[in-house]
Design a protein around this ligand. Structure first.
Ligand SMILES: NC(=O)c1ccc[n+]([C@@H]2O[C@H](COP(=O)([O-])OP(=O)(O)OC[C@H]3O[C@@H](n4cnc5c(N)ncnc54)[C@H](OP(=O)(O)O)[C@@H]3O)[C@@H](O)[C@H]2O)c1
Length: 291
């Protein structure tokens, strides 16, 4: 039995789909408010709970052999990104879990001081590495599925909001490719007890993204490019009445201000280990947007 957390998220729902396509038994950890119909239709067990509750994690882990942690939070980093994963690791040990797959983030080890999610991911990575469990830690760059709503907006308006330096490099990974790597991680010996950076096959600059949208929709992009200090201004103002949102914006700012890409050796390594060709962003968008 696989336990998948974040099973209604961009990565998690694809992981459940793949596992069920292989007729694996899956328990999807979902919230009562989540959209989990699709998972039920695929005959996944549905465990309704909240990852902020230790008791829910304990119950969800009973009898599972594999844990795939794909959940993430918009703002409750301490409880969801950090504590819930520590509890999942403890419960994995208590239940004799055979393999734990953790989705971290590219750059988790760079020591970004002002980015709580990056710090939580690194702390969880370290805890997992010393847990004695078999594990695989995948550190993805940006996910292609996150760009789908932006692409839909672009289709209607031709507008693309690009905050900060448009020359910064990124390697957007197909969320379907990432899901496949996650599922294969439990059976490929080469990735046992490894940390792998995960990106797409091309190094893009951030301004390449609206250009790709432009090609996909045959529309000239109108790029709106406010400077990064606008985010700093917003953070400062938010800090006066909502410190949690101010912290979350620290992670957002870190993502905007830095480069997140895999080099060609890292990509070749992924393709060699997992034995498939990684999909380009343009291909991913054309598949999902039916153009
Ligand atoms: N997005 C990126 O570009 C990117 C890049 C690198 C790494 N990552 C990492 O990849 C992972 C997945 O990203 P994603 O984009 O697939 O995430 P996502 O679509 O935002 O999904 C987050 C998932 O976590 C669940 N969740 C949040 N709080 C919860 C709670 N208290 N109890 C139970 N479930 C809870 C959500 O449930 P609901 O459906 O109920 O909201 C959802 O299923 C995250 O760990 C993220 O940090 C993402």
């Amino acid at each position: 039995m696989f336990l998948v957390t974040g099973a209604t998220g961009g990565i998690g729902r694809r992981v459940v789909r793949l596992l069920r396509a292989q007729e694996m038994s899956v328990r999807s950890f979902v919230r009562l408010t989540s959209h989990y119909n699709e998972l039920e239709h695929r005959n996944s067990d549905i465990f309704i709970g909240d990852l902020r509750q230790e008791g829910d994690i304990q119950k969800a882990c009973r009898g599972v052999e594999y844990i795939i942690s794909t959940h993430g939070s918009a703002s409750d980093t301490l409880a969801v990104d950090y504590r819930a994963n520590i509890e999942l690791i403890d419960q994995a040990k208590a239940n004799g879990v055979q393999h734990f797959v953790f989705i971290s983030v590219l750059g988790a080890d760079r020591g970004y001081e002002d980015a709580p999610v990056f710090k939580a991911k690194r702390a969880v990575e370290k805890y997992l590495q010393t847990s004695g469990l078999n594990y695989t830690i995948l550190r993805p760059s940006g996910l292609a599925s996150n760009l789908l709503p932006l692409a839909e907006r672009f289709r209607e308006t031709g507008l693309y909001l690009l905050i900060g330096d448009y020359k910064n490099r990124t390697s957007i990974v197909s969320t379907d490719d990432l899901a496949r790597m996650i599922v294969d991680s439990v059976t490929i010996p080469a990735v046992r007890n490894q940390i792998l950076p995960v990106g797409g096959p091309e190094i893009l600059t951030r301004e390449d993204i609206p250009r790709i949208f432009g090609r996909v929709f045959n529309k000239e992009p109108i790029i709106i490019n406010p400077p990064l200090f606008l985010v700093d201004g917003l953070r400062g103002a938010l800090g006066l009445f909502n410190p949690q949102a101010q912290n979350a914006l620290g992670t957002f700012r870190t993502l905007l201000a830095n480069e997140f890409f895999c080099n060609s050796e890292e990509i070749a390594n992924l393709e060699m280990i997992f034995r498939f060709k990684l999909e380009t962003l343009e291909n991913f968008l054309r598949r999902y947007l039916a153009v």
